[in-house]
Design a protein around this ligand. Structure first.
Ligand SMILES: [Zn+2]
Ligand SMILES: [Zn+2]
Length: 319
């Protein structure tokens, strides 16, 4: 089969490799679409904590088995540890992730654990369904921040991750606001924001919850100042660079009784909720597709993903 293999940092090759062999817990999924994530681009250029080389990348996968359409929760946890037993399998130390520890979806076929498959409604096209994983990560952030009906949620970053998170907030009847400092990116999301009714942020607004879908440390300092007393800031995106946090900022958390919480990845049950949201907002989510590409175009697309100015590249295998 044809696969895109990351042989080493900065060395990505289209190769002919054997179709993978499944074990008794797995099934072979024929990949139809796999969308590219910023993490794929980072792995390509600088590696990643959980990356084991050589590797077929790709963890935002939609495919078919015997004609039925599925998306994939890319994790595979041990099911026995304290984290797994308490419904926090995304924190399992033994976690094996498709496209990180084992081969992912940028290939014609991928081996998937049966329990990681979620059926996709026939009405939902593969090139939208593959975004379920990214959306599920946004749902996880909203759950960690305990966002409920009627709350205002400030989301830093108007890329696909932030905009999908905003959709998830809308679907739980919260009020999302997007803060994007790059005017080009803001312009790019204009149609999406208009069609979904996501409002702009005015300077003096205060929010129940703030979440960063952007990696600058300023999102934290600014976000802490913009949440109401008793509010929550959720760290969804890891921070880049080496910055220290001032005690003045920490005292803000103390005096105003704020909650600071982290969110990383997603849990399998959040994939199902993500599918329902994608199905409901199909026409809007379509606006987040930068381009539908083939496997050969991936290395070039990953370069552009790193620029941070593009929406989702979706690799289609019959293209
Ligand atoms: Zn990802
Ligand atoms: Zn575990």
């Amino acid at each position: 089969m044809k696969a895109l293999v990351l042989e080493d940092i900065n060395r990505l090759k289209i190769k002919e490799i054997p179709v993978p062999q499944v074990n008794e817990d797995q099934v072979l999924l024929k990949v139809f679409t796999c969308s590219l994530c910023r993490t794929d681009a980072k792995m390509y250029q600088q590696g990643q904590r959980d990356l084991v080389l050589p590797r077929v990348l790709g963890h935002e996968i939609c495919g078919r088995i015997d004609g039925d359409k599925f998306i994939v929760w890319p994790g595979n946890s041990c099911k026995n540890c304290e984290m797994c037993q308490t419904g926090q399998e995304n924190l399992c130390d033994e976690m094996q992730v498709l496209g990180f520890h084992c081969d992912g979806g940028l290939a014609e076929y991928v081996c998937v654990s049966k329990e990681c498959l979620f059926p996709v409604p026939e009405s939902l096209p593969e090139n939208i369904a593959c975004m379920a994983e990214l959306l599920a990560c946004g749902i996880n952030a909203l759950e960690m921040a305990n966002v409920f009906k009627g709350q205002s949620v400030l989301i830093y970053g108007g890329g696909a991750a932030g905009l999908l998170m905003a959709l998830a907030a809308l679907s739980r009847d919260a009020k999302p606001y997007i803060l994007e400092i790059n005017p080009d990116k803001l312009k790019k999301s204009k149609a999406f924001r208009r069609e979904t009714g996501i409002e702009d942020v005015s300077n003096d607004m205060q929010f129940d919850v703030a979440i960063n879908a952007a990696s600058s440390i300023e999102t934290l300092t600014d976000g802490i100042s913009r949440v109401k007393k008793g509010g929550t800031f959720c760290i969804y995106s890891g921070f880049t660079g080496d910055s220290s946090v001032s005690s003045k900022l920490l005292n803000e958390i103390h005096y105003r009784q704020l909650t600071l919480i982290g969110a990383y990845g997603c849990k399998s049950n959040q994939m199902k909720e993500a599918l329902d949201i994608l199905d409901k907002y199909q026409s809007q989510v379509r606006l987040l597709i930068e381009e539908i590409i083939n496997l050969e175009q991936v290395p070039e697309a990953l370069e552009r993903v790193l620029s941070g100015h593009v929406f989702k590249y979706v690799v289609e295998f019959n293209k």
